[in-house]
Design a protein. Structure first.
Length: 247
């Protein structure tokens, strides 16, 4: 079973005397919902911090007030409006080369400022591009806007600001558009933990609370249970991780 691979990967980290650091990013938060209740209750039960990638244009103080009672939720900037500007035959992208860069950067500045006003110290100055895609020219300008990190999906690349990426996506976007098989998710998580152990990086789990099915919730609960019982596993907040990679 792939769950055994996960335990074996954690055991290997323990033998090496290193921590298997994990972090959780959840995309597309806008307002309080029953699904968000479920996510925060689950994370809170295991003291696992979660970073909500919030769409600035669509959110307001309802979400901010809702999160005021949470001690495990942080907020990052999820583009501006989550609007696709790519052509019909292109992959979806909001932060691409399809518009005047000045317009894109103005939106990203507005998004950072708005979420700071709403969330204060809960905000991590990290950009999460919608669909995990962003033009390289936009990336180069992020530090000047006040962003300290960039978070997409896949192996980290050398960028400024530095990347804090996710590596395991719970949803099958190219097939069923529902939760992926548990065995596949545990196997991918185990493989990433071993890879991260080699280079001193983290394992990022990517979730999407608005579209979770029972399979996703079951996987997350089992993942939290296994990691809670293993001394090598450590769930980290994105704020602490960003402080480490972007002093």
């Amino acid at each position: 079973m792939s769950l055994e691979k996960l335990v074996a990967a954690l055991d290997e980290c323990g033998r090496r005397g290193i921590s298997a650091d994990l972090w959780l990013r959840d995309d597309d938060a806008v307002e309080p919902t029953p699904a968000l209740d479920t996510l925060l209750d689950l994370c809170g039960g295991f003291s696992a911090p979660v970073t909500l990638a919030v769409i600035p244009e669509m959110t307001n103080d309802r979400l901010a007030r809702y999160l005021d009672v949470s001690d495990i939720a942080q907020v990052a900037v999820h583009g501006w409006s989550h609007t696709n500007y790519a052509g019909e035959k292109e992959k979806k992208q909001e932060l691409g080369s399809h518009r005047d860069p000045a317009v894109v950067l103005d939106e990203l500045q507005s998004g950072l400022d708005k979420l700071h006003d709403l969330h204060g110290g809960r905000l991590v100055p990290m950009l999460v591009p919608p669909w995990n895609r962003i033009d390289a020219g936009i990336v180069k300008a992020l530090a000047g806007l006040g962003y300290r990190a960039l978070s997409v999906f896949g192996p980290e690349k050398s960028t400024l600001p530095p990347c804090l990426n996710t590596h395991v996506d719970v949803i099958d976007w190219h097939g069923s558009r529902s939760g992926r098989d548990d065995d596949v998710l545990f196997a991918e998580t185990a493989a990433r933990i071993l890879s991260a152990a080699e280079n001193g990086t983290t394992t990022g789990i990517l979730t999407h609370h608005l579209v979770h099915d029972d399979n996703v919730w079951r996987f997350l609960r089992r993942l939290f249970e296994v990691t809670a019982e293993h001394p090598a596993a450590r769930w980290r907040s994105s704020k602490d991780l960003v402080d480490e990679i972007s002093p």
